[in-house]
Design a protein around this ligand. Structure first.
Ligand code: GLU
Length: 501
C-alpha cells in the first residue's frame, strides 16, 4: 500500500468546530499511524462568509490541540508548505476552470440555461406530484447551435454534470459496503455557476484528485455527497480514493450537535480551562475506541494505536461530564510548575471580572497545588474552588451562614466557641491542618454538636462557600489572622441578624 495522503478541508466560515477538530484529529492519527501525509486545505470559496479571523481561529486552535499537518498554510494569511499548493481554494480557481473546460469538451457536462423561474416551477410541479426534486434535463440535449443561440442572446450557462444511469458501490472503511442508485441523486447537478464560480462538489474533487488523496475521512453528513464525488473522480480520470465516514456527534438527546443547542467552538472549551491533552483524548474517543478498557491516552499514544476498524457506525453522543472527568485526570498529570503557569490566565480573568481581588504569585500558589490539583475539573474552576483566598473583603449573608439543621443561636454559639478554641489551643507560630482538627472535634463532642455541622458553619464563615477543599487545609491556606478576622465578621453578621419573633 502506498503511504496514505489524507486531509482536513475546513471552510473558514466559523470558528474551529468540535466536529471539524475531531475529523482533523482522526485524519492526523491515521496519517501518523500509517506513515502518511496529512494535508490542510482551506475551502474558502464562500467569499461572503469566509473571514481571515475564522481562518486564524481554525489554524490557531488546531496548533493548540497539537494537531500538526505536513502540507498547507501554517498561519492565517501565511505561506503554504508542500508540493501541491496553493492550499487555499480561492488561489486555485484556474484549476477548476481548466477541469470544467475538460469535462465540457468531453461532454461529461453541459451548459444549462434554465432560469431560476423555470427551475422553481419544476420543483413546485414535482412537489405537487409528490416526487423528489430533480433536474428535468431541459438543457441536457441542446445542440451546439441551440447553445450558441442562447449565448448570442447574452445568456451565460451554468455547467451541469451528466449523471450516468446505474449503481455506485463503494466499500466505506467504517460503514462497509454502500450502494446508491444514481437515479436518487436528483438528476444532473451544477458544478460551476453561470457566473463562473465553481461549487463545492467540484472543487473538492478537483483538489482531492490534484493533491493525490488516497483516503477521504470525513463526517457522515457527507455520505450523501460521496456518490457525486465518485462520479466526478471517474469523469476526471482519477483513481477513486477510499472513503471513511465518521459517525455524527450527537447531543445527549441524540439530536445532531449544533451551534444553537450546544457549545461547539473549540475556543470556548479552551476559554473554560479544558486542556489540549484532555480534549484530543476525548475527541479521539468520540466515535473510536481502543477496543480495551483504557481511556487515558496522549496524542502520541493515540497515534500509535488509531485504526479505522474501531470507529463505530452509530452516532457518538457528546458527554460533557466525561470530558470534564478526563480533563480532571489530565490536570492531575501536570507537574506543579506547569499547572501553576496554566492557571495564571484564568486567575487574571477572575480578577478582571472582579471575582477575586488579587492574583496570587507562583510562590503563593505552589503550596496549594496538593489541595487543588485533584479538585479541578477545568482550569477555569480555580476561582470557584479557592477564590476565597484572594478576596480581601469577604462578606457572607446570614442565610448561608446558618447550616441547614441549625438556627442562628446555635451557629452563633458555635462560631464563638470555635474562635476561642482556635485562639487558645493554637499558638500564633504554628497553624497546621493536623493541629486544627483535634480541638475543633473535641469542641463539637463537648457541646453535643455534629462535627459536620460545626465544620460547615466554620467553612461558610471563612470561605463564603459550602464546598471547598478540606476545611483545615483551607484554614491553613487562609492563615490564622484572616481566619480569625473572618470568624469575627461572621459573628458580627449573625449578631446583627433580625430574629423573627
Ligand atoms: N469544506 C468541507 C466542509 O467543511 C469539506 C468537506 C470534505 O471533507 O469533503 O465540510
Amino acid at each position: 500500500m502506498p503511504a496514505p495522503r489524507v486531509r482536513i478541508a475546513p471552510s473558514p466560515t466559523g470558528p474551529l468546530h468540535i466536529g471539524t477538530a475531531r475529523t482533523a484529529l482522526f485524519n492526523y492519527l491515521y496519517a501518523r499511524r500509517n506513515g502518511g501525509t496529512f494535508v490542510l486545505r482551506l475551502e474558502d470559496t464562500d467569499v461572503a462568509r469566509s473571514t481571515l479571523a475564522f481562518e486564524a481561529d481554525i489554524l490557531e486552535q488546531l496548533h493548540w490541540l497539537g494537531i500538526t499537518w505536513d502540507e498547507g498554510p501554517d498561519a492565517a494569511g501565511g505561506e503554504d508548505r508542500g508540493p501541491f499548493g496553493p492550499y487555499r481554494q480561492m488561489q486555485r480557481l484556474e484549476r477548476y476552470a481548466e477541469a470544467a473546460a475538460r469535462v465540457l469538451a468531453e461532454d461529461k457536462a453541459y451548459p444549462c440555461y434554465c432560469t431560476p423561474e423555470e427551475l422553481d416551477a419544476d420543483r413546485k410541479a414535482q412537489e405537487a406530484a409528490h416526487k423528489p426534486p430533480r433536474y428535468v434535463g431541459r438543457c441536457a440535449n441542446l445542440t451546439l447551435e441551440e447553445r450558441a443561440a442562447r449565448e448570442t442572446e447574452g445568456k451565460r450557462g451554468a455547467l451541469r454534470f451528466r449523471v450516468p444511469a446505474g449503481k455506485i458501490r463503494f466499500d466505506d472503511l467504517v460503514r462497509g459496503e454502500v450502494e446508491i442508485d444514481t437515479a436518487n441523486l436528483g438528476g444532473d447537478f451544477v458544478i460551476v455557476r453561470s457566473d463562473g464560480t465553481p461549487l463545492y462538489h467540484f472543487t473538492v474533487v478537483v483538489d482531492d484528485a490534484a493533491m493525490e488523496m488516497t483516503h477521504i475521512i470525513r463526517g457522515e453528513d457527507h455520505l450523501s455527497n460521496t456518490p457525486k464525488h465518485i462520479l466526478l473522480f471517474q469523469a476526471l480520470g482519477h483513481t477513486v480514493p477510499a472513503f471513511a465516514h465518521l459517525p455524527l456527534i450527537l447531543n445527549p438527546d441524540r439530536t445532531k450537535m449544533s451551534k444553537r443547542k450546544s457549545q461547539t467552538a473549540i475556543a470556548d472549551y479552551r476559554a473554560q480551562g479544558f486542556i489540549p491533552e484532555a480534549l484530543v483524548n476525548y475527541l479521539a474517543l468520540l466515535g473510536w475506541s481502543t477496543g480495551t478498557e483504557e481511556e487515558i491516552l496522549s496524542l502520541d499514544e493515540l497515534a500509535g494505536r488509531f485504526d479505522l476498524e474501531h470507529v463505530q457506525k452509530g452516532g457518538a453522543v457528546f458527554d460533557r461530564e466525561r470530558l470534564e472527568w478526563l480533563n480532571g485526570q489530565w490536570i492531575r498529570r501536570l507537574d506543579a510548575e506547569d499547572l501553576i503557569e496554566r492557571l495564571q490566565p484564568f486567575l487574571e480573568a477572575d480578577r478582571d471580572a472582579g471575582r477575586i481581588d488579587l492574583v496570587p504569585s507562583p510562590e503563593e500558589l505552589r503550596p496549594l497545588v496538593p489541595i487543588i490539583q485533584e479538585r479541578l475539573p477545568t482550569l477555569g474552576a480555580i476561582g470557584d474552588l479557592v477564590g476565597f483566598l484572594w478576596i480581601e473583603d469577604l462578606s457572607v449573608d446570614t442565610v448561608t451562614l446558618v447550616p441547614k439543621r441549625w438556627d442562628r443561636d446555635t451557629t452563633l454559639a458555635a462560631l464563638r466557641a470555635a474562635r476561642e478554641a482556635i485562639l487558645e489551643s493554637i499558638g500564633p507560630v504554628t497553624f497546621e491542618a493536623d493541629e486544627l482538627e483535634p480541638p475543633l472535634r473535641a469542641l463539637a463532642e463537648a457541646r453535643g454538636w455534629k462535627a459536620g455541622d460545626l465544620f460547615m458553619a466554620i467553612r461558610v464563615a471563612v470561605t463564603g462557600r459550602t464546598a471547598t477543599p478540606p476545611l483545615f487545609d483551607s484554614l491553613v491556606a487562609l492563615g490564622r489572622e484572616r481566619t480569625l478576622a473572618r470568624l469575627d465578621r461572621a459573628i458580627a453578621t449573625l449578631e446583627g441578624m433580625e430574629v423573627p419573633a
